[in-house]
Design a protein around this ligand. Structure first.
Ligand code: FPP
Length: 239
C-alpha cells in the first residue's frame, strides 16, 4: 500500500557541504533543490500529504548567520516557487509557532496559504519554527483555557480532541517518516502524530535525496506489516 502521508526530516545539509569543502549555506541551497525534486516526485506518485521539517524551534541556537540564511531560503523558496507550486496544484501550509517569526515571513506564509487554498493535487506542509513539544504545550494551553472558561469539560479531552488542537489538525497522521543522513532520531518532529508511523532512515545526505530515494523509502514502507497495536489476521488459514 502506498503511504497517504509522508513526513521527512531533511538532515545532512551541513555534512554534504563540508564533504565538498563548501560553506553550510551551499548545503542548505542544495537542500532546497532536493526539496523541489521531492515535491515533484511526490506529486507524480500520487502522494496526498507531504510534510517537511525545514526549521525547528531548536534551530534558533545555531549561529546568527546560518539562521539568517535559512530564513532567507524560506523567503526565496516561497517567492520563487509559489507560482510553480500553485500551477502544479500543490496546497501549501505551514506548521509551527508563527508568533516567533518576523512579520514579512508571516505575510509570505499567509500569501502562500491563501493563494493555494483550493488546490487538491498535493498537500505540502512546511514545518518552520516547529517543535513537537512546543506544539503540544500550545495545544495544552489552549485546551486548559477552554476548560477554564467553561467551553470544554475535562472529560471532553480525548485523543481526538488533542489532535484537533495540534498544528496538524487538518491532516491525517503520517504513515511514513523518512530521515536522511543516517541519524536515528525523531528530533522533536511530529511526536504525537508519529504514534504508528513507519520509520525509514536513509544514509544519504538530504541534498542527495530525490525521486529514486523516495521510491526506495516507499518500497521499504510497502514491505512493512502495520498492526496498529493489534494482531495480524491470517486470511489464508482454513478455519
Ligand atoms: C538539517 O541539516 C537541515 C536543516 C536544519 C534545514 C533544512 C532546510 C532545507 C532543506 C532548506 C530550506 C528549505 C526551506 C523551505 C526553507 P543540518 O544543517 O543539520 O546538517 P548537518 O547535520 O549535516 O549539519
Amino acid at each position: 500500500m502506498k503511504p497517504e502521508h509522508i513526513a521527512i526530516i531533511m538532515d545532512g545539509n551541513g555534512r554534504w557541504a563540508k564533504a565538498r569543502g563548501l560553506p553550510r549555506i551551499a548545503g542548505h541551497r542544495a537542500g532546497v533543490e532536493a526539496l523541489r525534486q521531492t515535491v515533484r516526485a511526490a506529486g507524480d506518485l500520487g502522494i496526498e500529504w507531504l510534510t517537511v521539517y525545514a526549521f525547528s524551534s531548536e534551530n534558533w541556537s545555531r549561529p546568527q548567520s546560518e539562521i539568517s540564511d535559512l530564513l532567507g531560503l524560506l523567503k526565496t523558496f516561497i517567492r520563487r516557487d509559489l507560482a510553480d507550486l500553485h500551477k502544479a496544484g500543490v496546497r501549501v501550509r505551514m506548521i509551527g509557532a508563527r508568533d516567533g517569526l518576523a512579520k514579512d515571513i508571516r505575510h509570505l506564509i499567509e500569501e502562500a496559504e491563501s493563494l493555494t487554498a483550493n488546490n487538491k493535487a498535493l498537500n505540502l506542509l512546511i514545518a518552520f519554527n516547529y517543535g513537537s513539544r512546543d506544539e503540544i504545550v500550545r495545544a495544552t494551553r489552549a485546551i486548559a483555557n477552554a476548560v477554564a472558561c467553561g467551553e470544554l469539560r475535562p472529560e471532553d479531552v480525548t485523543q481526538e480532541l488533542i489532535g484537533k488542537y495540534l498544528d496538524t489538525s487538518f491532516a491525517p497522521d503520517p504513515d511514513l517518516i523518512i530521515r536522511t543522513s543516517g541519524e536515528l532520531r525523531l528530533s522533536n518532529f511530529l511526536l504525537w502524530q508519529a504514534a504508528y508511523a513507519e520509520l525509514v532512515f536513509m544514509p544519504c545526505y538530504w541534498p542527495d535525496f530525490g525521486r529514486n530515494e523516495l521510491l526506495q523509502a516507499i518500497d521499504s514502507y510497502a514491505a512493512r506489516e502495520r498492526r496498529f497495536g493489534g494482531v495480524t489476521v491470517a486470511r489464508d488459514v482454513a478455519l
